[in-house]
Every structure is written in structure tokens, then in C-alpha cells.
Design a protein around this ligand. Sequence first.
Ligand code: ADP
Ligand code: ZN
Ligand code: ZN
Length: 735
Amino acid sequence: MKIAKVEPLTTARALRGPFDYRLPERLSDVGVGSVLRVPFGPRRILGVVVELAATSDVAPEKLAEPIGALGAGVTPELVELGLWVADRYCSTASRGLALVLPPGSGTGSRAREARARTERVATITDAGREALTGDEGPRLGKRQLGALELLASAESGRSGRELAAEGADSTVLKRLEARGLVTLSEREMRRRPVIERIGAVSGPVELSAPQIACVESLVSALDGDGPRERLLHGVTGSGKTEVYLAAIEAALERGRGAILLVPEIGLTPQTLGRVAARLGDRVAVLHSGLSEGERFDEWRRLRSGEARVCVGPRSAVFAPISELGLIVVDEEHDASYKQEGDPRYDARAVARRRAAGAGAVYLAGSATPRPESWAELERLELPDRVDGRPLPPVEILDMREASPRAGPLHPTTREALAGLEGGAKAIVMLNRRGFSPHLSCSACGQAVECPHCDVSLVLGKGRGGPWRIGCHHCGHSEPPPKNCPACGSVSIGRHGAGTERIEDLVAELIEPAPVFRLDTDTTARRGGHADVLREFQRADSGVLVGTQMVAKGHDFPDVALSVLLDADSTLRYPDFRAEERTFSLVAQLAGRSGRGERGGRVLVQTLAPDAVPITAASHHDAPGFLAGELERRQTFGYPPYSGLIAVELTGADEGALAATADRLAAALRPGLSDEAELLGPAARFRRRGRYRRRILVKTPDPGQEAAAIRAAVEGKAVAADLKRGLTLSVDVDPQ
Ligand code: ADP
Ligand code: ZN
Ligand code: ZN
């Protein structure tokens, strides 16, 4: 007897699979990774085969048979990876497996089979060719003759859609088929996304000596010699991408596939364009900006081996590539590698795990690596920019000394922007969108806050509409108040600046040169990022103003000035990663400047000019910063010297929420290991009308606490409350 152990693709946490099904003869080629349609109680649902067995604990006569198997399954390697993610991030097997299934598969009631689209293809037969050349044969009308000629000149079959556009419609083709002059068949279509090139694009380059050393070391690792987990630390513009490309090519030469993970694709169209230009059809892309059909077809190209390299954001770590040789994580410090939904996986951790399982090389690259990677991975270094261009000097501007009346731009900043020479461009970053982030009554001090969240409402026009005050957490929006809601005064003060206000100020300074704004208000549409970046690139001169999006890996050679406003704003977050974030933001923004012949200048405005992350970044001193940061982490017992797991509860009724949080903490504590520390429950700010409580577990090994946490969150302490509208989420390695 052949038994398939099947994980049902349902969203219910309570369902504990896998469940056994008896495989009949007709399903004999079902294996681990096959997707089956199975009877499940009164329903029919989809499930993934996670194991095959010869026996079952269930009596044979009670075992049901699957109804059928779906076309596209996955490899055992990916099944194992999906289940590992589910386990590591305290999620469910079905959610973990959904990550590795073809795009569009879905879970629960939405589970369905994603389908390839087919098209009709016409191919000319030998008889057809004869009919064209010979004097004999059937007499053909003009249209049939025309269609045959079109087909005779093609090397293989042609799609019916193309032929119809050239005048050979399906009636004509069917007549020809009836006469045996053409054959008609159906073939799978590949809906291919268009990959656009933005910014500097170069052909293959001659690698520098340091680049060659890095590549050689990676190739040895590919061939099984030396550590398989590497960190490529290279300053911005040092040619890391060329090293990735050479390593990917080496993997391909060895018959192995590769994955290149990039931060959000909209922000890094340049990397994608460069890789696609170099590797051509061997590359597939997987990201949310594609249509579902395109994503599914790119997935199929990888699954079938037509494409061997996948480029994409975090979810591309699950690309169906066999014989995987290399996984590269570009800009490995980027926070977008952490998934927000369930499971809250970290693509970097998943990539490491997948590479280890597949015997592949894991390569993380960054100018500002994470302390974790610095401590754990074997390093490769690219210490200088290509062509020996210096890193731009960084000037720190102390805003405590600037007159409050001068506004958000320091006099030096104003001068530098106003003095930009023809053809030179600048980037100005402020990590806050809108016009003014705070409004308050000048008479009584009452702040204008969101009715649903404990945050200020932000004044702004968004994409150029009328003035509104809006909440950046829940989307609440209303017209600005004319009077103070508390005392009725008409004097409402605007405080601080966001990107909209900076856009106006910069525009005044650089007239008539244009200002481009890049933030989520201007790029909400699909492809919006690329549009703004393209306009900036094409302009003869101008300034790009935006949130941290402007600091990501763009390569514009004519940027001669970078400005960072309010550089310490990220330091004020109560988070142990605040220092790391601030350092990387300053250093990354500095890296956007001086990539061309002009050289560059960097200005950093701050109220905390002596803060270590800011001074270290101003000296481009990543090693110094990271050494100090690791010491601090060790002192306080933060990652990489411990792991963290956050359990968050939300509810509309604060009293009930607090009681449940206390019960959950009490239920959790006894199951944890002796070295684990439980912190909280602590209140977090109210969001979308929901109060929040967070319990934090600090432990040397999060994996070892997973069982206890799962037992508690699925146990009695919260079960009834979850039914009453309380929500719960578990976040391993929260960011
Ligand atoms: P990074 O990824 O480290 O920021 P890139 O790989 O984007 O650096 O390289 C920066 C620029 O230098 C790119 O325009 C790239 O084409 C160019 N470049 C990289 N390596 C070389 C080389 N060996 N010779 C000449 N140009 C190079
Ligand atoms: Zn007032
Ligand atoms: Zn709100």
C-alpha cells in the first residue's frame, strides 16, 4: 500500500496535519511536493504531499483516496523549506507551504490551481511546403496561400494570435488543417515581464584585482573549498554587483542555478536591469509588481529549468530552482527582507538555511552590513570605489546652532543647493513625508491627533490635492481644522517639516531646475518609483527629494551633492537597532554622491552631531562602528548574542486585552528554557483603534522556545478571547 501524508492548505491554526490518504494505482507518480485535491470531511480541499509511507496508523478501510493531482507541484527540497519556515516562525504548515507553491495558489477557501495559459500554434507540414512549391496539389485561395507563405518562412510554428494580426485568421488555418497542409496544436504561453533599464548600464567590465580575489574565493566555495557563507563588505560603488554577476556566471557554468535577492524591486530597477542585460533569457524575475499570469509563467520557466537564475525581493528566496549553487542577498542590511504577514519570515535567514540544505554558497553583500553578519560570516572586502574615486567627504551641520527662524535647511545646505552647477544633481533625504508632521494649538497647546491611533496627524497635500491632515498608520484623513477642537482658538501652529515642505523650499532655491519627490505619496501607483527615478535621471539638472527610498542602491553618476536632514530622527526610536539603522542611512545616502567625474559632497544636518552612528558614518568607518556596536549588543544581551521573539496581542477593549496578555505571559513562562527571559506585557501605542500589548522573549536560541510559544498561543489562555475579536501574532527576530 502507498500512503501519502498530506498537509491541507487551510488557514485554521487548530488543524494539525498531516493526514493520511491511500494512493490508488492511477496516482502512482504522486511524490513529495505533489499538490492533491482531497476529500476533507464534507469538503474538497487542496493539500501538499509532505511524505510517502508504506503504512498508516489509520485502519486501511478508513483511509480516503485523493480525488486527483494538480499539474504543478514542487520539489521535496522546497517542501522541507516551507515546513522549516512554518516551524521556525511559529506559523502553520499550510502557510509555510503556501510560500513555496506556484504563485496564485492561495490557501484556505481561496486555494485553487494556478493555470498556464495556452495558445494555438500553427506549423506547416511537408505537404504544405509542396503545395507552395509544386505546380500540382490542391488549388488554394489567396488567403490560404498567404497563410502558408507566412508559415513557410518561419523556422518553427507560429502563434495563432500573431498570424491573425497578419491576416491569417483561424478559419483559414482550420481549412488548411483539414487539407493536411498545416497542423494546429496548443502550447503553453510564457507571459514575460518587461525589464526596464534605468541609470548607468555597462557591458561586461574587466574586473579589478580585489574583485577577482573575491570571485576566486567564491568560486572555490562553489567547488566545495572553504566556508560557504560569506559577507561581501564593499563601500558604495566598489563594484559588488560585478562580483555577484561573475559568481552567478560561475555557478551557471557548473550547471547550477542562482538566486539574487534585492530589496523592494521598485527601488532597485537598476540592479535588475543590469542582471537581465548580462544574463538574458537565463534570468526570471518574481515580484509583486508583475501580473499574476506573468508571475506564474516566470515561476514555470524556473521550475522547468528554462531559466536558471531568479532575481527578486524576499519571496524570490523560494524560487523553484533545482541544483541551486548560489544565493546572493544584495544590500543585506535592508529592512525589507523581513516579511510582515504570517509567517513573519526573514528572507536572509531562510536563504542561509536553504543554501546550507542545498550545498549552495550564501553571499550577503553591503556597504553597511548588519552586526549579525559581521560577527557570523566569513568576510570578503572591496575597500575602494572602482577607478579609485574617493568616497565623498561628509560635513556634519549642527542644527542646535542654527537659528530656529532659518527653517529646516541649514544656511550651508541652502548655499550648496543654490550653488549647484549646471548638470550637477543633488539628492535630499528626510525620513518623513507630508508637509508638517505636527499641528498644535498656539493658545492651549492641544495637539491634533488621530482619532484611531495615538499619533499626530500630518498636514500635507499628498499627490498635489487639497490640504488634508492624515494619519500614516490607519489612513484616516480630514480637512485641516480651522479652530482648536479644545479651546476654539484660530491660531493653529505647524511644526516641523516633511518631504512636501522640503520640496517647496528646494524648488525656490534651485529655480528653474526641477525638483522630483520620491515618497509613498508620489509612488503609490504600480511602477511609480521607476517613473520618478527615470524622470530624475533624464533631467539635465535637478534635485531628488524623498524619504529613505532615495538612499537605496541607485547609481546616478551626475549626483554631486547628498543632503540628509534630521539625521538623528531614527536614533530616537526606542529600538536596539536604532544605531545600526542610523549608521546605515547616513552611510548609504553618502554613497549616492560622487559616483561620476564631478566628485561629491555630503551634508548631514543633525541635533546630535556627536552620536556615534553619525560620526562613524561621516568617516565611512563601518568596521569601527560595527566593532563598537557588537560590544554594546554583547553588554545588553541583544542579537547576535541572543534571539528575540515578540508576541503581540491587539484588541478594542483595553481592560480585556490587558487581562488576556497577563494570562498569556503566565502560561508562557513555565514552558520556556532556563536561559530565556520574559519581558512584558508592555503597552504599545494604539493603532487603527486597537490597543496593543507586547510580550518579548529573549533567549540564546529562539528555536528552542518555539514549542512552548506555540503551545501557549494555541492554548486555553487565549483561545476564547481570540474568538471574541482579539488578535495575536508571533514575530521571531522582530525588526
Ligand atoms: P556597488 O554594487 O558596490 O555599489 P556597482 O557594482 O554598482 O557597485 O559598481 C559601480 C559602478 O562601477 C557601476 O557603474 C559598474 O558598472 C562600475 N564598475 C564595477 N566594476 C568595474 C570595473 N572592474 N571596471 C570598471 N567599472 C566597473
Ligand atoms: Zn487650543
Ligand atoms: Zn490613525
